[in-house]
Design a protein around this ligand. Structure first.
Ligand SMILES: [Fe+2]
Ligand SMILES: [Fe+2]
Length: 259
């Protein structure tokens, strides 16, 4: 089996709070008797895309196993590239592909610079098709920040991925794709997209409720729950099984949560 840990929406904002929560999660993963084979971080790495926030993220997201990231709507492509990937600044989509044993991980950049909603451009679809054509016969995970499906979240459904049918056509046509991983919704969510499991990872920073919980504009974000992550198992039959874990902060906060 292959074990892939997923963090999302870390929202590094120069506060001690969000950093401590990621450090707790990374400590939890480092102490596991069976280490994950890979750690994926699915966007909104920073809260507003500044170099200082990325420097904070880079320090906290150190691991002795492979760790791969993709950007979300709160990120800045140029600063993401220079600070996290040691690449030249560029505002083209930050798409990447990685091999983890028999598993292929495809990370898609669904961000639109300056916009909260998501979109996969022509260049990203071209890259995705070429990447799938070149991928070996093993299982494939596809990850992107914006869920390509309505998730009954009043905050993120209005800033969702545009034209999800286009991604669905690619995903449904490839039997090697075992699942779609997303972030953005700040909640653990499971559904089916294009005939595959679609798993949305909770945020380490906060929880966004569903339509039955949120009352806009005042009752929106819950900062009380502990940070949470997803742990994906990919088995030899191309099956995807996901566990969700919260990591206890034990009430220890160096600064009070946001009002
Ligand atoms: Fe977020
Ligand atoms: Fe987001």
């Amino acid at each position: 089996m292959i074990l892939a840990a997923q963090l999302s929406d870390t929202h590094f904002d120069l506060s001690a709070r969000n950093t401590e929560r990621v450090e707790a999660v990374m400590g939890y993963l480092a102490d596991l008797p069976r280490k994950p084979d890979v750690i994926l971080v699915t966007g909104d790495i920073t809260d507003s895309g500044t170099p200082e926030q990325y420097a904070q993220a880079r320090l906290a997201l150190r691991a002795d196993i492979p760790l791969y990231l993709l950007p979300g709507n709160h990120d800045d492509r140029a600063n993401f590239r220079t600070a996290l990937l040691d690449e030249p600044a560029s505002t083209t989509p930050v798409n990447s592909v990685h091999r983890v044993g028999a598993l292929t991980v495809i990370l898609l950049d669904s961000s639109i610079p300056g916009e909260p909603a998501g979109y996969l451009g022509e260049d990203t679809f071209d890259w995705l098709r070429a990447t799938l054509a070149a991928a070996p016969d093993g299982p494939i995970l596809v990850a992107l920040h914006h869920p390509p499906k309505h998730v009954f979240s009043p905050v993120v459904d209005v800033i969702a991925l545009a034209d999800p049918g286009r991604l669905a056509a690619v995903v449904a046509g490839d039997p090697r794709i075992v699942g779609i991983l997303t972030g953005h919704a700040h909640a653990p969510i499971a559904t089916i997209f294009a005939g595959k499991p679609m798993i949305t990872c909770p945020s380490t920073a906060s929880v966004l409720g569903g339509e039955w919980e949120v009352t806009l504009p005042h009752r929106v974000m819950d900062y009380a729950p502990d940070p949470a992550i997803a742990l994906h198992v990919i088995d030899e039959n191309f099956g995807l099984t996901t566990h969700f874990r919260s990591v206890a902060m034990s009430g220890l906060l160096s600064e009070p949560p946001p009002a």
